[in-house]
Ligand binder design. Structure first.
Ligand code: 13P
Length: 252
């Protein structure tokens, strides 16, 4: 797989106006990174404007979450059809959502299936930890917990499902302490093996696997050049438009 994916998770940072201003700067430089698949995930309120601005570009748009229900009395929630009006991708299972909003592996699985029903590709975030381990801030990876988390995320997926996986240890997010690249490569290989065992080798071999957690311009290629990795999911370092362009240029 040749494409390098760069997912910019802007979290709860930019208003609609700020998003538009940043996107203008990035679109103006997009000819500098023709081989990077850049996916920008702004807040829900900026998706309509961002969609208009990105519609004739190679930059893709993603949302940061969705509700798996199709419609009904879920005040404040946004379903997959609403997201699909504007986006091609959606982040699910981010560890901030697991940690701060109590999302379970079942939620992540249902959200992913709901997304794929609308032809949205879920970017499934996994930290390889059980809820208890995550809450105790334990950094040791327990392979059994990783296996359970991956299997729960992708259960009942149809064959040939199109999705991405981002391995993001919760302790590495925003901490300035990224995970060791060699262990990320081993974990990505393990994730691929589990996906293959559940969904077959076509999906297992083709699913893009990204790393996230304190990725910067200084370290992004320590991850993107790993044999098992296909890109990065970036928070803080993606907020500055000039830096995001540099990240996109550096990994192609
Ligand atoms: P940082 O890049 O700020 O560590 O955030 C990573 C992340 O959570 C991306 O989803």
């Amino acid at each position: 797989m040749n494409t390098s994916f760069l997912v910019a998770n802007w979290k709860m940072n930019y208003t609609d106006q700020q998003t538009v201003a940043s996107l203008h700067q990035i679109v103006g430089k997009s000819t500098l990174f023709p081989k990077t698949r850049l996916i920008i995930c702004p807040s829900f309120t900026a998706l309509a404007s961002a969609h208009k601005l990105l519609s004739n570009t190679l930059i893709a748009l993603g949302a940061q979450n969705l509700n798996h229900n199709t419609k009904g009395p879920y005040t404040g929630e946004i379903n997959s059809a609403m997201v699909a009006e504007f986006c091609s991708y959606v982040v699910v299972g981010h560890s901030e959502r697991r940690l701060l909003f109590g999302e379970t592996s079942d939620d992540v699985n249902l959200k992913s299936i709901a997304a794929m029903h609308q032809s949205l590709q879920p970017i499934i975030c996994l930290d390889g930890q059980s809820d208890a381990t995550r809450q105790s801030n334990n950094r040791t990876l327990n392979i059994d917990e990783l296996v359970i988390q991956v299997r729960e995320a992708i259960k009942n997926f149809p064959l040939n499902s199109q999705f991405l996986i981002a391995y993001e240890p919760s302790w590495a997010i925003g901490s300035g302490e990224p995970a060791d690249p060699d262990s990320v490569n081993t974990i990505a290989a393990k994730i691929r093996e589990i996906v293959t065992s559940v969904l077959g080798s076509d999906t297992g071999m083709s699913v893009p696997i990204l790393y996230g957690g304190s990725v910067t311009l200084g370290n992004i290629n320590n991850y993107c050049k790993l044999p098992e990795l296909n890109g990065a999911l970036v928070g803080g370092a993606s907020l500055d438009p000039a830096e995001l362009v540099e990240l996109a240029v550096s990994i192609q």
